[in-house]
Design a protein. Structure first.
Length: 193
């Protein structure tokens, strides 16, 4: 998989800092917006101002009492297709520790595709700290940077033309989604447009 150029450095405590290089910002196109919101347990809130299959999205999530929070990208209008990005602040049900996950098992309605297992990585940010996600969607690639501590990438194959939506969700408690910033991403090959 081709991924974004990424900058690695060390914090004072020798933990790794992981973030996309600043030059990626030069690909930002039209700015998209969505208001801050609260999402109740079991609710999925479809964003009206943010959509696309080539976007960058930044959001801060305060999990509150929720045991799973996150967003869906490349979501079809009826939710039949979507790629789910989840944070388990109190520990993943299967693994026990706080985790970040990209789940593409519902990313395509195609019958000839066998979905990959979810990509997971540890993300112990401590207590009730908010998770800061920076998500890049580039048609079939989804990359997620979390608190400059974790980075996951997954290739997905959405089939439906309306799989452009973005939604927020919470399970087990109410979560707050704040500081939403998003941009359409321009091509690195404008001469081929």
């Amino acid at each position: 998989i081709m991924t974004l150029p990424t900058h690695f450095s060390l914090r004072g405590d020798n933990s790794l800092v992981i973030r996309p290089v600043d030059e990626i910002q030069s690909l930002r196109g039209e700015r998209l917006s969505a208001p801050d919101c609260e999402v109740a347990p079991g609710e999925e809130l479809l964003l009206t101002g943010v959509s696309g299959n080539a976007i960058e999205l930044k959001v801060t999530i305060e999990p509150g009492s929720a045991h799973e929070v996150g967003l869906c990208v490349l979501r079809s209008g009826d939710g039949e297709e979507s790629t789910r990005i989840s944070f388990f602040p109190k520990g993943h049900p299967r693994f026990g520790s706080p985790l970040l996950q990209i789940d593409g098992t519902s990313s395509s309605v195609r019958n000839d595709l066998i979905p990959r297992p979810p990509e997971i990585g540890p993300l112990d940010i401590g207590g009730d700290q908010p998770v800061e996600l920076q998500v890049f969607v580039d048609r079939s690639i989804v990359e997620v940077f979390a608190n400059e501590r974790q980075w996951l990438t997954l290739r997905v194959y959405p089939d439906r033309e309306d799989s452009l939506g973005v939604s927020f969700f919470a399970r087990g408690g109410t979560a707050k989604f704040t500081g939403v910033e998003a941009w359409r991403m321009e091509s690195i090959w404008p001469e081929l447009q």
